[in-house]
Design a protein. Structure first.
Length: 283
């Protein structure tokens, strides 16, 4: 069986990309929203690479920081495109762009049912929406992978705080608590809200076959399950930081109460000493 192959390479390179700045630069006047990828086809790619491009070559850029290269086998082209994006998003670290990546392929073959694996999907016939839907799922998958690692780092920092608590070191500074809470909030915004796992591409609302294909890809990559796990872990981390905050505030409150008691005792002692004439009165 001879197959027609379309290759995909997905990268999560940053937390956010301003699609409209790139679109304006390339003369694409459409206003892009968070859920819409910026799709660079042959015309736009030729202005970046200055080479003749194949009509099947595309680059899909997602606002949540993922980029998917379609039919790009030349690593130099990928690097050139990433350097181009770096001119718009300075926080892109080109030395770390391969940290969260996935390679995939679409095969067109004479089969009855769609076949899904970790490395490729085989369908009976090509449909126009397939590259975008595959790219969208891959983009969300690598972005989630990055989010999962970032959440692990937050968990590690909380584990250190728990170990200190077990050793009786109950004092936790407001700065440490605020920094940890900010990391959790940022993680929740960048992943649970910004990646928009549960949002479906527009084409799935108008084409039933597109909706079915998208749902199968989502299920296979377990995006909904991974989203649910991340959400529950984030909620747990919130509860842990709230517990630390309560302990810290209780300790500070107890400290203040002891200071007040000590001051009252000192005042009583001074009063008694004055009555006995051992300490001269200030009045």
């Amino acid at each position: 069986m001879e197959l027609t192959n379309i290759s995909f390479k997905a990268l999560s390179i940053t937390s956010e990309i301003d699609l409209n700045k790139i679109a304006i630069y390339l003369g694409m006047p459409k206003k892009y929203t968070w859920e819409q990828p910026l799709i660079l086809r042959a015309k736009e790619l030729e202005s970046i690479y200055t080479d003749r491009m194949n009509e099947l070559q595309q680059v899909l850029i997602f606002s949540f920081g993922s980029v998917v290269f379609v039919n790009h086998s030349d690593k130099s082209e990928i690097q050139m495109l990433l350097k181009f994006l770096q001119t718009f998003e300075r926080d892109i670290d080109l030395s770390r762009v391969d940290s969260f990546t996935d390679d995939y392929s679409l095969h067109i073959g004479n089969i009855e049912d769609m076949e899904l694996t970790d490395e490729y999907v085989i369908v009976n016939e090509y449909e126009f929406f397939l590259p975008e839907l595959i790219s969208t799922v891959l983009a969300k998958s690598v972005a989630l992978e990055k989010a999962e690692q970032q959440l692990g780092k937050v968990q590690d920092s909380l584990e250190v705080m728990i170990e200190q608590l077990e050793k009786g070191k109950l004092r936790i500074s407001n700065k440490v608590l605020a920094t940890t809470t900010a990391k959790i909030v940022r993680h929740e915004f960048n992943t649970l809200a910004y990646i928009m796992i549960l949002d479906k591409p527009e084409v799935t609302w108008t084409h039933q076959s597109a909706s079915q294909f998208h749902d199968k890809m989502m299920d296979f990559f377990e995006l909904n399950d991974r989203y649910t796990i991340l959400k529950s872990k984030t909620d747990i981390l919130y509860h842990i930081t709230e517990g630390f905050s309560d302990i810290s505030h209780s300790i500070r409150g107890l400290f203040v109460e002891w200071i007040v008691v000590i001051l009252i005792v000192i005042e009583v002692v001074l009063t008694v000493l004055q009555i006995l004439g051992w300490v001269p009165s200030h009045t």
